[in-house]
Design a protein around this ligand. Structure first.
Ligand code: PGA
Length: 255
């Protein structure tokens, strides 16, 4: 059985003090939640403080990106080994905002992925189509391209540490979530594709999160879908109440 994973992608929000306050409220609110993996992905500047705070809790720490080399003259980049040493267990890779604003491609996502896995991080790889691509019936082509090329060279063993986040770009930060049926359709497609690339056992254990305007009002119906194994939450992860509400809905999704 797949344990649902709810990750909060704080994006470029929360100073160190604000991060500590939010993380504290989440740890307190989630202490009795069972059977959900909870991950907080604050900005880089808050990682080391949160790492200490989360050490005695069941909440895990993640970063929002990493580079593909472990040291050198790469101003502004953060190495996967540094994240690991700073206490990160997870790292988000290939988020659509990175693809749209910072020139990420399948190739660079793949390089980061291989490097992150090499350092023992658990990557959350984001895939998903833009609105014009959905309207042109290209959703499956785009998702296939992101999955096949993003995962190139990832071994079966390493797949145990990979989570895929299906995030339709048109649903991110827009308040316009995919319907549960739309999410399920693409999640099932991704699972089948991973089954073809690897095998059924790998596909069956793979966790596929949905992301894009998940909130306390729509979380339950989306998380109940058979192939939806949690959520990557942006806006609603910035307030303890709404994030905890989504976590509790994942815990009671009953799958
Ligand atoms: P959102 O962001 O929940 O604010 O739509 C999700 C994401 O970008 O991961």
């Amino acid at each position: 059985m797949r344990v649902p994973i709810i990750a909060g992608n704080w994006k470029m929000n929360k100073s160190v003090d604000e991060s500590i306050e939010l993380a504290n409220a989440i740890i307190r609110g989630a202490y009795d939640v069972k059977n959900v993996d909870i991950v907080l992905c604050p900005p880089f500047t808050s990682l080391s403080d949160l790492s200490e705070m989360l050490a005695d809790s069941d909440v895990s720490l993640g970063a929002q990106n990493c580079f593909w080399l472990n040291e050198g003259a790469y101003t502004g980049e953060i190495a996967p080994g540094m994240l690991k040493k700073a206490g990160c267990e997870y790292v988000i890779l290939g988020h659509s905002e990175r693809r749209a604003y910072f020139g990420e491609t399948n190739e660079t996502v793949n390089k980061r992925l291989i490097a992150a896995l090499g350092e023992g991080l658990k990557p959350i790889v984001c895939v998903g189509e833009k609105l014009d691509e959905r309207e042109a019936n290209k959703t499956f082509d785009v998702v296939r391209d992101h999955v096949e090329n993003g995962l190139k060279g990832v071994t079966k063993n390493d797949m145990e540490n990979v989570t895929i986040a299906y995030e339709p770009v048109w649903a991110i930060g827009t308040g316009k979530n995919a319907t549960p049926a739309q999410a399920q359709e693409v999640h099932a497609f991704i699972r089948e594709l991973v089954g073809k690339i690897y095998d059924k056992a790998i596909a069956d254990q793979l966790r596929i999160q949905y992301g894009g305007s998940v909130n306390p009002g729509n979380a339950e119906s989306i998380l109940k879908e058979k192939d939806v194994d949690g959520g990557l939450i942006g806006g609603a992860s910035l307030k303890a109440d709404s994030f905890l509400d989504i976590i509790k809905k994942a815990a009671s999704a009953g799958k």
